[in-house]
Design a protein around this ligand. Structure first.
Ligand code: WT7
Length: 632
């Protein structure tokens, strides 16, 4: 039996049972019957948790772009693959058919080849949400180059560190990007970054804003003339199942971002499978995920998952508040969107606006609405369900991570009874468990602990680029024989409810921020001796950042220092990481081993100052009172 389409609770139970009892047969059937392969696999899954080695579909040969493009041409060549909705509603949307997308990808692949890009080379994509971004992603995959998309909101320093970490030689960027009423000077940021990246020899530039930019002779080239001259044919490279497909950076608990490396076959099978089922996508539907392709959500559920299913996927260049806060709903009406997938932070900000901005539009095309990126609070859940889904669309709260490649825990439309704030039940193939502090698995139906996954799944990241040891340490050492997600969760008859991060990662507006790189940026200020940041609950962002900063002797005004600190953060990490509150403190609570006790700082920032728990291991307990007194 093929379990590719799950349409009722019985299908789900059967598929889930099968996936646990015989995962190899389960995935083999799905892989065989729903994708095109150039050569079959020798085995389905081999794994070694201790060494963190995972192999899926060993020895199989394929090209993911043939699965996303070529195989659809005969049956739906003229159907829209991508609908591009520009930032400015006055600019026309573009319907890019599968035929057209195939042509554009082949042309881009030819250009990259001519520019010297070879199989295995890393290519940095620093682009706004324009069709060229999706085309470049797919062109890399077509020639077997490894794409690393860097979100175009990241600063030049963040861009440079990613370029250097993955050893890229080429960058594809744009002159600038439109974001609401603003224009972002992307090329200038690239120019700054490239002062620190000696290996980059080529920069291919898309014209989007037509603003004046500097072009460095020999290094910088406009893309369009090259594309115009390139052939529309490109024979897809034969890739191994485990060849790297992309590297995507995510924050960790040290300053250096982690380059999560995903490979080809398992990623393709799992993202396609989950896209089909979580969104209940059917032929002819129009699907819209509002994320940026700079995040994993965009990789898996704007580009690869939808296209592998021959779906029509919308790429939106703009922001939810431009020209006004009805933009999302205007686009839903305009393109008759059937599945809509966004983040809680967007929902919370739009829920603050007048309902007239929603009711003005016809949202009756919607069948499924989704949420991703952080826990969705009950109020936001209900607002979304009532006003957007009209209590008539299943709301899928999808839990997953950059590391997991695809959605692991989520309701399925028409299958799962949804409960606000619950990501609910694992998808077929996913075996979650909860662990206690003694590293024992909690077996009771109702429990709370560290969320782990006990069996490999096809789209899991295979390593951290250049640092396999860090991969083992971060994900496979806390609990032997299991993948540790870093999240805490509760479980009861409604399934799993994610409670939040257990490590030094803070999620702000759905963006995963590590404390370390932000503290590094603060500490660069010449007047700063030391700093620590924590998250505290915020109405719209979910969490906002609270910084505790120890100043050196200085003649500068504290207000000036605060401005400069946020400027540094903005330059080094990006504007999303700016601090909402900065408190100057005489010291930070530390353990004897010198580790900052963030737990205490978090409680102070959250106004939970009645009890600090055990502070007996503190080196300087008296400092706690000082920090409390100065609370802002
Ligand atoms: C972290 C991963 C998955 C793509 C976007 C974020 C949190 C994500 C949910 C959800 C509760 C969620 C977790 C996770 N998270 N989705 N539905 N409910 N928490 O990817 O940047 O790798 O962040 O986001 O804490 O570990 P990411």
């Amino acid at each position: 039996m093929n379990h590719y389409n799950i349409s009722n609770p019985t299908d789900y139970q059967q598929a889930y049972k099968k996936s646990v009892e015989d995962p190899k047969d389960f995935w083999e059937k799905i892989a065989k019957e729903n994708f095109v392969w150039k050569k079959q696999w020798e085995s389905i899954c081999e794994h070694d948790f201790k060494e963190a080695k995972f192999t899926w579909f060993k020895g199989a040969k394929l090209n993911i772009t043939e699965n996303c493009l070529d195989r659809h041409l005969a049956t739906k060549g003229e159907q829209a693959a991508i609908i591009f909705e520009p930032n400015d509603p006055k600019e026309d949307a573009q319907h890019i058919s599968f035929n057209e997308l195939h042509k554009r990808v082949c042309k881009m692949a030819n250009v990259l080849k001519e520019q010297g890009v070879q199989k295995g080379d890393r290519v940095i994509l620093y682009l706004p949400m324009i069709p060229e971004l999706a085309v470049s992603v797919l062109a890399c995959a077509r020639i077997g180059a490894v794409h690393s998309v860097v979100f175009a909101g990241f600063s030049s320093t963040a861009l440079a560190s990613r370029i250097n970490d993955c050893g890229a030689k080429i960058v594809i960027t744009a002159d600038g990007g439109f974001r609401g009423a603003k224009t972002i000077s992307l090329k200038t940021i690239v120019d700054d970054a490239l002062k620190e990246t000696p290996a980059i020899t080529k920069v291919l530039v898309v014209k989007r804003t037509s603003q004046t930019i500097e072009m460095i002779e020999g290094r910088d080239v406009f893309l369009q003339p090259l594309l115009d001259a390139a052939s529309e044919q490109f024979e897809a490279e034969v890739m191994d199942a485990e060849d790297p497909l992309f590297i995507l950076y995510t924050s960790g608990s040290t300053g250096k971002p982690k380059g999560m490396m995903h490979t080809t076959a398992g990623y393709m099978v799992y993202t396609a499978y989950t896209f089909k089922n979580v969104f209940n996508y059917n032929e002819g539907d129009v699907y819209w995920c509002t994320a940026d392709i700079g995040w994993i959500t965009g990789h898996s559920y704007i580009v690869y998952g939808p296209l592998a299913n021959g779906a029509t996927t919308i790429m939106f260049e703009g922001i939810p508040s431009y020209p006004d806060c009805g933009r999302f709903w205007e686009v839903v009406e305009k393109h008759k969107v059937n599945q809509f997938y966004t983040a809680p932070t967007a929902i919370r900000s739009l829920a603050k606006e007048s309902l007239a901005l929603v009711t003005k539009y016809d949202l009756s095309s919607l069948k499924v609405i989704g949420s991703v990126g952080e826990p969705i609070n009950e109020e936001a859940w209900h607002w979304y369900d009532d006003n957007i889904g009209k209590n008539n669309c299943p709301l899928v709260d999808t839990w997953w991570q950059t590391e997991t490649g695809g959605i692991l825990i989520s309701p399925l439309p028409g299958v799962t009874q949804t409960t606000p704030t619950y990501a609910s039940f694992p998808l077929p193939g996913i075996q979650p468990c909860l662990m206690d502090a003694d590293k024992k698995e909690l077996a009771d139906a109702t429990a709370e602990g560290a969320l782990c996954i006990k069996h490999p799944w096809p789209s899991m990241a295979r390593t951290i680029w250049g640092n396999h040891k860090r991969y083992i340490d971060t994900y496979f050492s806390a609990f032997a024989g299991k993948y540790f997600t870093g999240d805490g969760a509760q479980r009861d008859e409604n399934g799993y409810r994610i409670t939040g991060r257990m490590d030094d990662v803070i999620i702000v507006s759905g963006h995963n921020l590590g404390t370390a790189p932000i503290e590094d940026a603060i500490n660069e200020h010449k007047d700063v001796a030391e700093s620590a940041i924590v998250g505290y609950p915020h109405d719209i962002k979910g969490n906002a950042l609270y910084g505790y900063v120890i100043l050196k002797e200085t003649d500068n005004s504290p207000e000036q220092v605060k401005i400069e600190i946020n400027q540094l953060i903005s330059n080094q990490v990006g504007p999303i990481a700016k601090l909402n509150i900065i408190q100057f403190v005489p010291g930070l609570p530390k353990t004897r081993s010198g580790k900052i006790m963030r737990r205490i700082l978090r409680k102070i920032a959250c106004n939970e100052m009645d009890s600090f728990g055990d502070i007996s291991t503190l080196l300087n307990p008296e400092i706690v009172e000082d920090v409390v007194k100065g609370k802002l």
